[in-house]
Write a protein that binds this ligand. Structure first.
Ligand code: ADP
Ligand code: MG
Length: 258
């Protein structure tokens, strides 16, 4: 499903400058689009605006060419899954219960799970390698386990688009790679994935398109080879870098100098 913005400006109350400033973007259906940019460049704000949870000060965010603020929230929740940057687990629930929350927008009037819901939950647990943790309390999980549960919850939703805000931030190499491959697999299955990450080199390797944000504006967007140019990266990140081809993967990579 197609996501986009048109001259999107978001100004938080009390902030000196807008978090996003006249951003116009088109995120094509079915691919993996990575959103990169330094801390505070507006990545999470872009995601919140695309999900319709914050109101723009000007411009629009669209889902399937329609203003996201005009969508029925429940209808949107059936189609777009979200893994936010952080959340507090405030009450005692098990891993399975947490993942089953992803089914909520699909449940019928009695709010009871049916076979199809149970299957989706089981599949999500298995695909995120957390089947063994299903009866564990959420509060007892490690950071990496918690992330995988949160991703499984979004997967159980069987969404057409999935937005993830730094989902691999606390994961070790193996779990990070398995998540990246999972995301890639979903896009091959037709799901639109929007991934916010600080992992430049994984983005260059796995993403179809990259959006590079800089202080609330789009510095550049395009394929990894269009975005990964030395002058652009040095300007946006404010640090000298070398951009070259990784001899093993063949993807572009950014190496910070100094
Ligand atoms: P990123 O995710 O790229 O680190 P954010 O979108 O979280 O950036 O933030 C962009 C800018 O907006 C930052 O300057 C941040 O301090 C500010 N900001 C984010 N959330 C809020 C908020 N709720 N209220 C005020 N300012 C905010
Ligand atoms: Mg953020």
């Amino acid at each position: 499903m197609k996501l986009g913005t048109d001259q999107l400006t978001v100004q938080y109350s009390g902030a000196v400058r807008p978090a996003l400033h006249g951003v116009t973007l088109s995120i094509p259906a079915g691919g993996l689009t990575a959103v990169l940019g330094p801390n505070g460049s507006g990545k999470s704000t872009l995601l919140r605006a695309l999900l319709g949870v914050i109101a723009p000060s000007a411009g629009t965010a669209t889902v399937e060419e329609r203003n996201v603020r005009a969508w029925d929230r429940r209808e949107l929740a059936r189609m777009v899954g979200v893994v936010p940057q952080s959340e507090t687990i405030a009450f005692p629930i098990t891993v399975r219960e947490m993942v089953a929350m992803g089914r909520f927008p699909h449940l019928g009037p009695l709010r009871a799970e049916v076979g199809r819901d149970r299957e989706a939950v089981d599949k999500a647990l298995e695909r995120c390698h957390i089947g063994d943790l299903r009866n564990r309390q959420m509060t007892t999980l490690s950071g990496g386990e918690l992330q995988r549960v949160r991703i499984a919850r979004a997967l159980a939703q069987e969404p057409r688009a999935l937005a993830l805000d730094e989902p691999t931030a606390s994961l070790d190499l193996r779990h990070e790679m398995s998540i990246m491959r999972l995301l890639r697999g979903w896009t091959d299955g037709g799901i639109t994935v929007l991934l916010i990450t600080h992992q430049l080199n994984l983005a260059a390797r796995f993403a179809d398109r990259i959006i590079l944000l800089d202080r609330g504006r789009v510095a550049t967007e395009g394929t990894p080879s269009e975005v990964f140019r030395r002058e652009v990266m040095e300007h946006v990140y404010g640090w000298p870098v070398h951009v070259g081809q990784d001899p093993v993967t063949g993807s572009l990579r950014v190496v910070p100098l100094g």
